[in-house]
Design a binder for this molecule. Structure first.
Ligand SMILES: [Zn+2]
Length: 193
């Protein structure tokens, strides 16, 4: 699956959690932007991936792609635990840790539907794929399933993010109007869509 799908899925997941547990603007922004980054981080083991195009990641990605197998360690439960430990040691807010780890895991989960699967139980060598080859999601850049997935995650994350920021705006007198407008005239119609 391509980086756009993963990034949008990470943002949809984090912004959804924030609609249930609203946070202050700083935590909200950190949660959403951090999720977009962490949701594409696993593919740092592949030199042509979206994350390898980010400034500073090109060289890292090239080196790691020589050492690591694609969809190996960085797509494993061991990596999820490692990330959790690193974040925990840095004393981030628990909600941020769970959102970020969730976004990172969402990448691995989605890749389970890829044709080659992922080495979920690294260091065990087996690759796990949930769908048989014929109906699995192709990792080719232009596949219809990926386009549909991207559009779905993108619009969900847009709606959830606006909802989250409108909830925050209710707490600020200057922005209260925007929040009230959203909750009176837009939010009630979201479930219909
Ligand atoms: Zn991947």
């Amino acid at each position: 699956m391509n980086g756009k799908v993963h990034g949008a899925a990470g943002m949809a997941l984090s912004s959804f959690v924030l609609t249930i547990h609203p946070q202050n603007p700083v935590v909200t922004t950190a949660a959403i932007i951090g999720s977009a980054f962490l949701a594409i981080l696993s593919d740092v083991d592949h030199a042509g991936s979206s994350i390898s195009q980010l400034p500073g990641f090109n060289l890292v990605s090239r080196i790691l792609s020589l050492i690591l197998k694609h969809r190996g360690f960085t797509h494993s439960l061991a990596a999820v635990v490692l990330l959790f430990i690193i974040l925990k040691q840095n004393d981030f807010k628990p909600i941020l840790i769970w959102i970020w780890v969730g976004a990172f895991f969402s990448h691995i989960f989605l890749d389970l539907f890829n044709e080659q699967g992922v080495q979920l139980l690294w260091p065990l060598p087996y690759k796990i794929a949930l769908l048989p080859g014929m109906i699995s999601v192709s990792s080719q850049p232009y596949s219809l399933v990926q386009t549909v997935l991207f559009q779905t995650f993108f619009w969900l994350s847009a709606i959830f993010s606006i909802h989250t920021f409108m909830t925050i705006s209710l707490g600020y007198s200057q922005l209260k109007f925007a929040g009230e407008f959203w909750f009176q005239y837009v939010a009630p119609y979201i479930p219909i869509i």
